[in-house]
Design a protein around this ligand. Structure first.
Ligand code: ATP
Ligand code: MG
Length: 750
């Protein structure tokens, strides 16, 4: 026991001030919370923390904030020993030590009055040490950081459907309760005017009593004030509730959309995706509008209905029966009407897709003068929408038409029946009572009819929710993005019998791909169009993950690696790179936390972008317009390269990054690539073989298979396809020139 006890003590002492203790403390605290998060299956990266918090000794509060940003729920609290020692079956907890370091509580034993601690800087396999109250009190500040998995984490997994929405709404218990109370009070208050009218007619008018009239008027004024206030309150609560729901839904659906794999977006039209996801707002409107109102009206019903029965049971039954009849009519029409509405939604979505595609592809559309045919397409789609709307409207007109005589009966017919009953003396209801009944009867019919109409809309809403769900309930990458290993990536690649077929494609895009390259290799990939070069790089980035065979990065199976970690460790430059609206500096740092202007300048220099950025009017603060219209293609590529190298990735993938460039820009970029390649693995896909001659290895692809892999001069001798490609490209020039071309520009790029 003694032997165990000395260990944390010693550790705590060695970490006390002196030497790099503060840096140690910082790392130790961050490592402690990372270990605690790992218990919940969430892998965090200490490097992210470096970027975001600059304190030397991270305070519990900043640790909690950071954890919160990483999607966890964390709490910093001050604990007494007697609570700590009872945490025997809780997840690991980080204890803050006085010297700025931290310990990880991994167990407790209340009967022996001991807790078990692990040094966060040690390895996971270390045996925890037992510490008693006295020992701990010497080093522990009393602060602990507890970590739990975020609720939204599981929410990002839950399918988006009606139960999900219901849970969303039900979470606002407090608002719902307040709204219910306000509604009941409102209903009660609203009974009184009817009662008062009854009194006025029965007593004041019949008995000519002025004093009663005065007191009744006073009551009416007071009630009016109350009613105004309460309905104001109710509207306010409904407003708050619906905005809160709104923001909740917006957050969840956007997070969900971003966690869908890239492959999904590639298969779908963007307009279609946007249209479907937006359908959720229809659902939102329904919930906070119609559903809420009807729900509230139900309270009115509950309060008023008994009162109607007190006034006159016969009339109350008649009102109910009439309202029920309306309900029946609506229910009968629910099916056909919602089918019609489904047609409207489909037609509208089709039209929206045309609109979106036209705007997104306007350049092509204009240059090919396709406006007329597009207009025809739009006209046809519009006609479809109009027809569907007309049909749906006509059909929906029927239940309203059929219901209107019944509604008239409720509001006017009932009074006639009442008067008849009054005259024949079969009812004790006075003239005042009759008027009161009329005033309240309308309030009962409306919610009942509303309820039936709700049913009608409900089917429409279910369809809309289904649309949204068809996008948002696709399998997400969330698990792969948050789980898995985070090994240090050096860049050794190994493909073993990798086969891959695109979904819905008939032939294999990659067929038995086998090759190995050590870390630090500059690997060129060539091959005819469609031979699988881009597919190969996509597998590397974890875009497509359902391949067979083994793809290893530094000996670790790619599928075991945390996807976020993997993508963060890569730098990728494609043929057409998207720059976001913002300054050049924003685009190079891509708003990644912790990157400064110095980093941006360093990256720009490496990418050969420095000289043109400095010639720009506002330098690094130059604003890039939407669609990067104010910079040239070559400049954009160099910015994209800077954006990729800024994080110092160990593996860079360039897929025809230079093929859209003019020879001069291309030579400049290629020259810079050689500098960039130092200390990292580069995978360069290019159609221009001349830019690959300096690669350590060149992989020749042909119909998804590896034809050969070797340096340029070897391939030239032994690989027929390579030789053919090479000769095609150099037929009209002197090979030496092609080779020497970039040399003078290299100097310019530096
Ligand atoms: P290029 O030089 O023209 O860029 P590539 O060598 O990069 O060609 P890949 O894009 O890897 O070729 O395509 C390999 C094969 O996979 C092709 O036959 C192509 O038709 C098919 N393919 C590529 N992308 C998809 C996709 N998203 N869905 C279905 N098939 C695809
Ligand atoms: Mg390609």
């Amino acid at each position: 026991m003694d032997g165990l006890n000395t260990a944390p003590h010693a550790a705590a002492h060695t970490a006390q001030p002196g030497g790099g203790a503060q840096v140690d403390g910082r790392r130790s605290r961050v490592r402690a919370v990372i270990s605690a998060a790992r218990y919940h299956g969430v892998e965090l990266d200490a490097k992210d923390f470096r970027g975001e918090i600059t304190e030397v000794t991270p305070s519990p509060a900043s640790l909690v904030r950071w954890l919160g940003e990483q999607g966890l729920v964390a709490r910093a609290i001050r604990l007494k020993w007697r609570y700590l020692v009872r945490m025997h079956d809780s997840p690991p907890v980080a204890l803050m030590f006085k010297d700025g370091t931290a310990g990880l509580l991994v167990g407790a034993d209340p009967t022996r009055n001991l807790v078990w601690l692990r040094d966060p800087m040690g390895s996971d396999g270390d045996v925890p040490v037992a510490v008693d109250e006295l020992r701990l009190s010497q080093v522990w500040t009393g602060d602990v950081v507890m970590v739990a998995r975020s609720r939204t984490q599981s929410e990002t997994e839950a399918p988006i459907n009606l139960p999900w929405l219901t849970r969303m709404v039900m979470r606002e218990k407090k608002s719902l309760r307040d709204i219910a109370i306000a509604s009941v009070v409102l209903s009660l208050v609203s009974i009184f005017p009817a009662l008062i009218v009854m009194q006025v007619i029965n007593n004041v008018v019949n008995h000519h009593s002025m004093s009663t009239l005065v007191s009744i008027s006073m009551i009416i004024v007071v009630l009016a004030v109350y009613e105004t206030l309460i309905s104001f309150g109710r509207r306010e609560i409904v407003l708050v509730l619906s905005t809160r729901l709104d923001s909740r839904i917006a957050l969840v659906i956007f997070a969900r959309l971003l966690s869908l794999p890239l492959e999904y977006f590639e298969r779908q039209q963007a307009g279609n995706v946007i249209g479907r996801v937006s359908a959720i707002y229809k659902v939102r409107d329904f919930i906070t509008g119609k559903l809420m109102t009807t729900f509230l009206d139900m309270f009115t019903l509950l309060v008023i209905l008994p009162f109607l029965f007190v006034l006159s049971a016969t009339l109350a039954w008649m009102t109910l029966a009439a309202a029920g009849l309306i309900g029946l009519i609506v229910v009968i029409f629910v099916g056909p009407v919602s089918r019609m509405i489904g047609r409207v939604i489909t037609a509208e979505m089709k039209r929206a897709a045309i609109l979106y595609e036209s705007v997104a592809g306007i350049r092509t559309l204009k240059t090919l003068a396709l406006e007329p045919s597009r207009r025809v397409e739009w006209d046809v789609a519009t006609a479809d929408v109009v027809r569907a709307k007309l049909d749906a409207g006509r059909l929906a007109n029927w239940p309203s038409t059929l219901a209107s005589p019944i509604e008239m009966f409720i509001s006017r017919g009932v009074i006639l029946v009442g008067a008849y009953l009054l005259l024949t003396g079969s009812s004790s209801l006075g003239a005042g009572g009759l008027v009161a009944f009329m005033m309240l009867g309308g309030r009962v019919a409306a919610p009942l009819v509303g309820l039936a109409k709700l049913l009608e809309e409900f089917t429409e809403i279910r369809a809309a929710l289904g649309e949204a769900g068809s996008v948002l309930n696709q399998p997400t990458e969330t698990r792969a993005l948050t789980n898995g290993m985070r090994p240090k990536i050096l860049g050794a690649l190994s493909f073993q019998d990798v086969m891959f077929t695109y979904p819905a494609a008939s032939s294999k895009a990659l067929d038995d791909v086998c090759f190995d390259v050590p870390a630090g290799t500059m690997l060129g990939i060539v091959g005819r169009s469609g031979s699988g070069k881009s597919t190969l790089t996509r597998l590397l980035q974890g875009v497509s993950r359902n391949y067979t065979g083994f793809l290893k990065l530094d000996g670790v199976d790619l599928r075991e690696i945390n996807l976020t970690h993997l993508r963060k460790s890569f730098g990728v430059v494609l043929q057409d790179n998207f720059l976001f609206r913002g300054t050049i500096r924003d685009n190079i740092t891509a708003n990644r936390p912790g990157l400064t202007l110095e980093d941006a300048v360093r990256a720009a220099r490496l990418a050969g972008a420095e000289e043109f950025i400095e010639r720009m009017p506002a330098g690094y603060e130059t604003w890039i317009e939407e669609g990067s219209t104010n910079i040239s293609g070559g400049q954009r590529q160099r910015l994209a390269i800077a954006r990729a190298v800024i994080t110092d990735p160990k593996l860079m993938i360039l897929d025809e990054a230079t093929s859209a460039l003019d020879p001069e820009s291309e030579a400049l970029v290629n020259a810079n690539l050689k500098r960039i390649s130092k200390g990292r693995t580069m995978v360069i896909v290019s159609h221009r073989l001349s830019s690959l001659v300096d690669c350590d290895q060149i992989l020749v692809m042909e119909r998804g298979r590896v034809e050969d892999i070797a340096p340029h001069h070897v391939l030239l001798e032994r690989c027929a396809i390579y030789r053919q490609l090479w000769l095609q490209q150099t037929r009209h020039m002197n090979p030496q020139n092609a080779h020497a071309g970039p040399a003078p520009l290299l100097a310019e790029g530096d």
